[in-house]
Design a protein around this ligand. Structure first.
Ligand SMILES: Nc1ncnc2c1ncn2[C@@H]1O[C@H](COP(=O)(O)OP(=O)(O)OP(=O)(O)O)[C@@H](O)[C@H]1O
Length: 257
């Protein structure tokens, strides 16, 4: 594994008396594709929420490129290089496909307040650059012929693709995907599997995903972390994980419950 870009050091999240995540350690290299799996309520989303600044860990640290980012605001964490998608797709549904990408590009642009108030030459040049960049993104994702459509009118699979494109438009070092296959049919999931691999190779970034679709996880993830009741119970490659008795028990246990 390459040098770590994202690390969590013993992060713990307590909600009153409930420990949702307990002492969770993770380390992801610059170009790794890693999954977090576990039964419902295991703590997966809470881990994402701590990494992206929605929650500040009760204990422990989140490091991005070796820098402590725990407790920073979500928008600032995006600027630092972590982008995410959500279990329930969150797009600007009443904006066009192009504007969804264009807005994301602003996250890492700074033309200064005065420049944007007075609409200076620099402002217009920057806007033009962002628009062209957004169109390039749409071409890469095969959405350029839909750039004037409202996001809400795209089919589900394309909305998911747009959400991933928008996250990438913030130029992240790490992309977090929260259940990207949720609500997809088998064909869409197959396309998504290829898309995830392709994104990692094309953009040379790290990807961390939460997913219930085991086929997708086993197909794309090189390293898998398994959590149950807030604790890490196993970590390893797909084969190791599938044969791990603790993992099998965690899943069978919940199915029988
Ligand atoms: N804001 C909160 N306040 C109180 N309890 C919470 C909060 N967020 C999560 N929890 C609890 O923490 C535990 C872990 O929840 P989390 O959503 O992280 O699990 P998950 O693994 O993502 O589940 P799923 O696969 O169902 O999405 C659950 O018991 C949940 O009820």
């Amino acid at each position: 594994m390459s040098e770590a870009i994202l690390e969590t050091q013993s992060i713990t999240m307590r909600f009153g008396g409930l420990t949702a995540v307990d002492n969770f350690n993770l380390s992801i290299g610059k170009n790794d594709l890693v999954g977090v799996i576990g039964p419902n309520g295991a703590g997966k989303t809470t881990i994402f929420n701590m990494i992206t600044g929605i929650y500040e860990p009760t204990e422990g640290k989140v490091l991005l490129g070796g820098k402590n980012i725990s407790g920073l605001r979500p928008a600032f964490i995006t600027q630092q290089g972590i982008a995410r998608t959500f279990q329930n797709i969150r797009l600007f549904k009443d904006l066009t496909v192009l504007d969804n990408i264009r807005l994301a590009g602003h996250f890492r642009v700074d033309y200064g307040l005065l420049s944007s108030i007075f609409r200076t030459k620099k402002f217009h040049a920057e806007e033009e650059r962002l628009k062209n960049e957004a169109i390039e993104f749409l071409k890469i994702f095969g959405l350029e012929n839909k750039m004037d459509h409202l996001a809400k009118n795209l089919p589900y699979g394309e909305q998911r693709r747009l959400e991933i494109a928008r996250a990438l438009a913030t130029k992240p070092d790490v992309l977090l995907l929260d259940e990207p296959a949720a609500g997809m049919n088998p064909n869409e999931t197959k396309d998504l599997t290829e898309l995830i691999r392709w994104v990692r190779d094309k953009f040379q970034i790290a990807i961390l995903l939460i997913e219930h679709d085991m086929r997708l996880v086993m197909d794309v993830c090189e390293q898998i972390y398994v959590v149950d009741h807030g604790e890490l119970i196993a970590k390893g490659g797909p084969k190791e994980i599938q044969n791990d008795p603790k993992v099998i028990e965690a899943y069978l246990g919940t199915e029988q419950a």
